[in-house]
Design a protein. Structure first.
Ligand SMILES: [Zn+2]
Length: 156
């Protein structure tokens, strides 16, 4: 069995490129999808929440509801244009990097950052239950700032 991913990302595509890429993914290139895709992929690899993309749309004068943003993000994910990273119940990031990789999650800022796939080795995985195969393993390493000893405030 081969697990096929289309690694051709949308980073750096112009509007025509985005339109072609959406079509190839089986999505009708509506004006709204093109606008949101351009917002998503114009800034290099990144991880965005639906709320953040909604704020960016408002700032860019794209009139779109949060519900539409959610729908669009899920359509992009289903079409393998994005990868959803669920970090907690009720908190998903949408990752423009669809190649296999892992993440650091900073508990102080809530930011995700990428860890290259080959920097994590997962050993002793249990066998998949009957009738199932392992389709992927992704690791989230939770990090927090080191607690420094009582900070010295400027002396009074
Ligand atoms: Zn990532």
């Amino acid at each position: 069995m081969s697990h096929h991913h289309d690694h051709e990302a949308l980073h750096g595509l112009d509007e025509d490129g985005v339109r072609d890429r959406l079509k190839k993914a089986g999505l009708r290139p509506t004006k709204q999808r093109i606008e949101l895709a351009t917002l998503l992929w114009s800034q290099g690899c990144r991880h965005v929440t639906a709320e953040r993309l909604h704020r960016e749309s408002v700032d860019a004068n794209i009139k779109v509801s949060l519900a539409t943003i959610y729908n669009t993000l899920h359509q992009f994910t289903t079409s393998n244009l994005l990868r959803e990273v669920i970090v907690d119940r009720g908190c998903s990031y949408f990752d423009t990097n669809i190649d296999p990789h892992h993440h650091f999650l900073c508990e102080d800022t809530g930011e995700l950052s990428d860890i290259p796939h080959d920097q994590v080795e997962v050993k002793n995985l249990p066998a998949a239950p009957d009738g199932a195969v392992v389709s992927g393993v992704d690791v989230i390493i939770r990090i927090a700032r080191k607690k420094t000893a009582a900070k010295q405030h400027a002396a009074h």
